[in-house]
Ligand binder design. Structure first.
Ligand code: 3PG
Length: 205
């Protein structure tokens, strides 16, 4: 599975399981058939199960910070894991489950630790606070083999500059699923934001 095929990984934060299906379908309709459902709400596991039933949608979990979440996510049908940080036991558990994991790293030491664990792509979060494009460029200089997935503060305004870096594998972000659109039931609005993101990503690479 290539998590980075679409160059953008939508970060989904849902409070209500009943929003899971329409949001998942909106992502597929918008040309971004991949969802990182964050373990930040009580509804997360149920949202993963519901979204996993949507044809053509690849569903994973984000904000994985503790081991039991991996088992819970696998039971719910998750196909990949994203963690904001670097914990060797999470990487081990994901590998035992036979599914990809994207762990976070933002410092030279964390990147060296990630490389020693056989990780070749890291989440760079929160990208806007850890130097943005300039921060990634500086880290990519010594760590030529590492690829980055910046997340945090990404929007249509900065997609192009991030994706123009060859060391950026993809971006993550929640901007195309604004809570206000979810609350209003404006799933067509989510599809439109996805289409706009896909167009910007296509133009950037
Ligand atoms: C994440 O978990 O990856 C981030 O919270 C997404 O950041 P954003 O909400 O600023 O896009």
């Amino acid at each position: 599975m290539d998590l980075f095929a679409y160059k953008i990984i939508p970060v989904v934060v849902l409070q209500n399981p009943e929003d899971a299906r329409p949001v998942g379908e909106a992502l597929v309709a918008g040309g971004l058939p991949i969802a990182e459902v964050t373990f930040r709400t009580e509804a997360a596991a149920e949202c993963v199960s519901i979204m996993s039933e949507i044809e053509g949608l690849t569903v994973g979990v984000g904000t994985v910070v503790a081991l039991p979440q991996i088992e819970l996510a696998v039971e719910a049908g998750a196909q990949f894991f994203v963690s904001p940080g670097l914990r060797p036991e999470l990487i081990r558990e994901a590998r035992l489950a036979g599914k990809p994991i994207l762990p976070g790293a933002v410092t030279p030491s964390e990147i060296m630790e990630a490389l020693s664990l056989g990780i070749t792509t890291v989440k760079f979060f929160p990208a806007n606070l850890y130097g943005g494009v300039a921060g990634i460029k500086a880290l990519a200089a010594p760590f030529t083999s590492m690829r980055f997935v910046p997340t945090g503060g990404i929007s249509p305004a900065n997609i192009t500059e991030y994706l123009s870096l060859s060391c950026v594998a993809a971006l993550g972000g929640s901007w195309m699923i604004p809570p206000a659109l979810v609350a209003a039931g404006d799933f067509e609005g989510i599809t439109k934001l996805c289409r706009q993101a896909v167009e910007l990503a296509a133009a950037a690479v």
